[in-house]
Write a protein that binds this ligand. Sequence first.
Ligand code: GRG
Length: 306
Amino acid sequence: MKAQTAVAVTADAVREELERRLDAAMNQADPYDQPLWDAMRYSLMAGGKRIRPVLLMLTGLSLGAKAEDLWPFAMGLEMIHTYSLIHDDLPAMDNDDYRRGRLTSHKVFGEAGAILAGDGLLTLAFETMGRGVTEQLDRGQAEKAARGMRCLSYMAQCAGCKGMVAGQIADLKSEGRSIGLEELTYIEFNKTSRLLMAALKGGAYLAGATDEVLEKMEKAGGWVGQAFQIEDDVLDVEGTLEELGKAPMSDDKAQKATFTSLYGLEKAKETAAHLTEEALQELSCLSGEEGEMVRTLVRSLIGRKK
Ligand code: GRG
């Protein structure tokens, strides 16, 4: 992919380049830690949709950032997302056997192997982003480094105990109980929206966007995440193991309340479409072909097959 030219990149080109960079990042093993890297690579390179890093790249480019300043954060975000999937699948959490069309990490590498693969990816994510910032400092790019630090700190907030981890504990504690819309919204906002907010607002931070744009990206990430989660719930009911790459009806099995179990499939689909429209309004401030690609990608999440 070209670093940045007058010609807009495509989402597929971003995805391809991301695969190449993630693959290269997995080649750091020493003889004694090879099993750790094997487990990290197994999950990271298993062909996820890469929605979050692609959104971060396209949002940042649309707002004027250079690709070279965005890559460490796009890679970091996908590493964080993959760690969360590995840990979510563990016997102590959702106890799932399939993910991304393969056996889950703990099925192949054992529980300790899967826990450490997740830990390795989470910490490598912050090492990668931190290295991006220090390289900017070494080049004397203090303003860019300040943007990078704002983005890094926001990523930690979205992923951690004020975001996805908080959503995960609330989710686990909700199992087997009947919960209302307020609690469900808290869970889904934190478990799912936070990393989409990290993608959209993260890209905007790196581009040095105004407070007004940052706020729009945060709101859009919230709406996209909630729509994405509702679609995930719909797929859990309507999809197959082959289509999803993971077992369907997992929420039912875990006795988890979802938007579909509370309101039914039709209302769920309608709500996801409405939330997507709300997001698209906020995203209308993104200019150029990359901005259009962000909106196209967000639209495509509705009615997806996996
Ligand atoms: C373990 C701290 C911790 C958090 C886990 C990611 C997660 C939180 C739970 C997974 C279960 C779930 C339904 C999460 C909602 C977000 C979601 C739909 C994740 C799957 O994301 P995709 O569809 O996956 O982008 P791919 O494989 O395409 O990357």
